[in-house]
Design a protein around this ligand. Structure first.
Ligand code: IMP
Length: 189
């Protein structure tokens, strides 16, 4: 079955998890947009070796697909952060659970983020990473929730601007569930 058919058929699937709502970004849309982002990054960083910093856990699928769409000698590292707040809203107070293994001094860093909602998590991370003297510091965010930002972190690359609904899939979770859905959909819970 073609990728677009999978998403199109979901709402009529009686076995589908009733907590899941409509598809916001289909598998085919993800594939196409990630290929475009990969080309753009390849052009922008030609003759460089960018360092992709993936923000765990949400960005793990996006980073792996984006990595394969970039035709450059990229290096990779990961950070894990935990945000304090309610189940579906962050407070902006962020704890670094796993720090980077690599030094950033003189590196051209691209932070790979799953979703920007209030912008507080990313804002905190960028301030922290900027103190480590990278040669450049850019962000590639898969999703940005339209009109929700309390702070506006600089976003060089954006996959999709989406409405404010809480979404899951393609790395995004509720209590660690749904990360392996190959598309992004709303969560009704
Ligand atoms: P922010 O600090 O409000 O921008 O929130 C960013 C973080 O909250 C993201 O990295 C996600 O981990 C989480 N988050 C925000 N919105 C959603 C959502 O709709 N689904 C799943 N996680 C979300």
């Amino acid at each position: 079955m073609a990728a677009s058919d999978i998403s199109a058929g979901l709402s009529g699937d009686p076995d589908r998890d009733p907590q899941l709502g409509h598809v916001v970004v289909s598998e085919a849309e993800l594939r196409q947009r990630i290929a475009e982002l990969g080309k753009q990054i390849t052009d922008d960083y030609r003759d460089d070796v960018p360092l992709f910093v993936g923000v765990l856990k949400g960005a793990f699928l996006f980073m792996s697909d984006l990595a394969r769409a970039v035709d450059l000698p990229v290096e990779f590292d990961f950070m894990a952060v935990s945000s304090y707040g309610s189940a579906t809203k962050t407070s902006g107070i962020v704890r670094i659970v796993k720090d980077l293994d690599l030094e950033l001094t003189g590196r051209r860093v691209v932070v790979i983020e799953d979703i920007v909602d209030s912008g507080l998590t990313l804002n905190y991370l960028l301030k922290n990473l900027a103190t480590r003297d990278p040669a450049s510091l850019d962000v590639c965010a898969l999703l940005v929730k339209e009109g929700q930002q309390k702070v506006e972190p600089p976003l060089r690359y954006v996959g999709f601007r989406i409405p404010e609904d809480f979404v899951v899939g393609y790395g995004l979770d509720v209590a660690e569930r749904y990360r392996n859905l190959p598309y992004i959909c709303t969560y009704r819970g």
